[in-house]
Design a protein around this ligand. Sequence first.
Ligand code: DC
Length: 222
Amino acid sequence: MGFKIIAIDGPTGSGKSTIAKLLAKEKQYLYVDTGAMFRCLGYNWKKRDLDQSEQTLRELGQETAIEFYPDGTIYCDKEEVTDAIRSEEISKLASQISQFPVIRQCMKDQQRQLVEQARLAGKYDGAVMEGRDIGTVVFPNADKKFFLDGNNKVRAQRRYEQLLAKGEKVSYEEIFNALEARDQNDRNRDIAPLLPPEDAIRVDASNLSISEVLATMVDAIG
Ligand code: DC
């Protein structure tokens, strides 16, 4: 059967994290949230008050220890950051830091390594990789590619509710504007912009339930 790689790309608030996690659970595949990796770098960039030089960014990308645990917790240089990296401030920093070519190169290498280690360990039959450029750049030969999208208002509403639930004091307008700005950044950057891979199955999740989206994907993977 072989080790399968499933790429799920899409913008903020498209529901891709929820879906990717459920899909990985259903198939018993490794789940990798690549956005969380950029978030950890954004977090460390700020915490260490670093500059933007290529050398500094390369060290940051290579030396930041990002660890995912099976219970869903995430550690950055041994500090638990599971919730801290979901704030609006870190969302913005993650989008900013993801524009640097040297950072993208480091993350691409680490993401491929994670999958290779999982394949060699023989614990999983595949990996669900969630991000922005998985199907286009990181794993252009993925076994299945999905591009999840949704209209801006629905996505902003989802993001707004997530932040309220976490106790952040934000307004819907603020979130809507920030989401549009980040989308703009992610879609228009020079390297690995957020674009649907040509061979991806495109799913507009605005008016679909989680179980409908999941069923579409499970069917497609076979
Ligand atoms: O999926 P997310 O919102 O957690 O991602 C945070 C930021 O990281 C997003 O604004 C763009 C960047 N990102 C990226 O450039 N490439 C990826 N594969 C995943 C995320």
